[in-house]
Design a protein around this ligand. Structure first.
Ligand SMILES: N[C@@H](CCC(=O)N[C@@H](CS)C(=O)NCC(=O)O)C(=O)O
Length: 148
C-alpha cells in the first residue's frame, strides 16, 4: 500500500504514526498538494492528503477513514481507538481537539501569511485554548490512552 502525502501535514503524520505503531509496511508517495495539484486530483478528487492507495487501486481518503480501516483490519484487541464507553468518548474528544487545532492552524494561514506571520502557538491561542487539556493528558505521570 502507498501512503500519499508529505509528513509536514499533521493529518499525514497521524496516519504514518499509526501505520508504524501497528506494524504495517507501506511505500511513501511524497507528491505535493501544491506543486502536483493536477496529479494529486487523480488520487483524491479533493486534491488533499493523506490518501492510502491499495494494490488493487482502491483509494481511502481522509485520515479518520484511513485510521478507521486500520483499526478494523487489526481487530479489536490491537485497535488504537477504544471500542466503546467513556474511554472511547475521551479518546474521541482528544482527537477532535487535536485535529480541530490543526484545522484552525491550516485555515489561519491565508490570514496570517500576508502579515508575515505563521500559525504559531501564540497565534492559535487567540483562536482556541486546548493546551491545558493536552498538558493534563500527556503529562509524564498521566496515563496514556492505550497504555503505550
Ligand atoms: N480532514 C482531512 C484534512 C486533510 C487536509 O486538510 N490536508 C491538507 C494538508 S495539511 C491538504 O491536503 N490541503 C490541500 C487542500 O485542501 O487543497 C483529513 O483528516 O485527512
Amino acid at each position: 500500500m502507498i501512503l500519499v502525502g508529505q509528513y509536514d501535514s499533521p493529518y499525514v503524520r497521524r496516519v504514518a504514526v499509526s501505520l508504524r505503531v501497528l506494524g504495517f509496511d507501506y511505500e511513501h508517495d511524497t507528491r505535493s498538494v501544491f506543486g502536483d495539484f493536477d496529479s494529486m486530483r487523480q488520487t483524491n478528487p479533493l486534491a488533499r492528503i493523506p490518501s492510502l492507495v491499495f494494490d488493487d487501486g482502491e483509494v481511502l481518503i481522509d485520515s479518520a477513514a484511513i485510521l478507521d480501516w486500520l483499526d478494523e483490519t487489526v481487530g479489536p484487541a490491537r485497535a488504537l481507538l477504544p471500542r466503546a464507553g467513556p474511554e472511547r468518548r475521551r479518546a474521541l474528544r482528544l482527537i477532535a481537539l487535536a485535529t480541530g487545532v490543526m484545522d484552525k492552524a491550516v485555515s489561519s494561514i491565508p490570514e496570517l501569511l500576508p502579515q508575515g506571520r505563521y500559525p504559531t502557538l501564540e497565534a492559535l491561542s487567540a483562536r482556541c485554548e486546548a493546551r491545558p487539556e493536552f498538558q493534563a493528558t500527556f503529562a509524564p505521570e498521566a496515563v496514556y490512552l492505550r497504555g503505550d
